[in-house]
Design a protein around this ligand. Structure first.
Ligand SMILES: Cc1cc2nc3c(=O)[nH]c(=O)nc-3n(C[C@H](O)[C@H](O)[C@H](O)COP(=O)(O)O)c2cc1C
Length: 171
């Protein structure tokens, strides 16, 4: 199946593994990528050395694109730099100010996903040039960075140039 998302990432199916800390292993991320989707592993707490070794584990299991996820509740520039140095092709960001990290990821050659919980957050993700805006559901395991205008109005607002991925329970 070909969509804007598959073309952007060079994958076969427009399926992205939801990053889940404590649940996604390198094996699971690689399996999703090997199946034609995009495996995404959260590395928000890892040291730069751990990031490099985890990325090495994934690239030993797949030669397909994959991503890492960082929660921006705290400083993540060093982790992002380590991931980019290791050649991670896709970066998923959530829960914080993405204005500096989106250009940093682009400079490192990565495609950037930003997950959002409101239209205002989506607008802030698009401003620095996020490649994909991910609309999350209201529950999202309690991980919600804001509720303002409901996300169902975002598709009408968004430009066709930004692939819009809706998670199954996006409001
Ligand atoms: C156990 C668990 C851990 C999660 N960890 C992360 C995480 O580290 N980073 C992140 O961006 N989202 C995390 N999430 C959120 C999921 O990636 C998912 O996007 C969210 O549940 C929204 O999906 P929904 O809209 O289909 O409900 C986590 C969710 C669960 C259930």
């Amino acid at each position: 199946m070909r969509t804007a998302l598959t073309e952007l990432l060079g994958i076969e199916a427009p399926i992205v593994l939801a990053p889940m800390g404590g649940a996604v292993t390198p094996e699971l991320a690689a399996a999703v990528s090997n199946a034609g989707g995009l495996g995404v592993i959260p590395l928000s707490y890892s040291t730069p050395d751990e990031i490099k070794s985890t990325v090495g584990e994934i690239t030993a299991l797949t030669d397909r694109p994959f991503g890492i996820n960082l929660i921006l509740e705290w400083e993540q520039r060093e982790r992002l730099a380590a991931a980019l140095d290791a050649g991670v092709p896709a970066i998923s960001l959530f829960w914080g100010d993405v204005s500096e990290l989106v250009p940093q990821a682009h400079d490192g050659g990565a495609v950037v996903f930003v997950s959002v919980g409101s239209v205002d957050e989506a607008v802030r993700a698009a401003a620095p040039g996020a490649d994909v805006v991910v609309a999350r559901g209201g529950r999202q395991a309690g991980m919600c960075a804001g509720r303002s205008r409901p996300l169902r109005s975002f598709r009408a607002w968004s430009t066709p140039s930004i692939p819009f991925r809706s998670s199954p329970r996006a409001g």
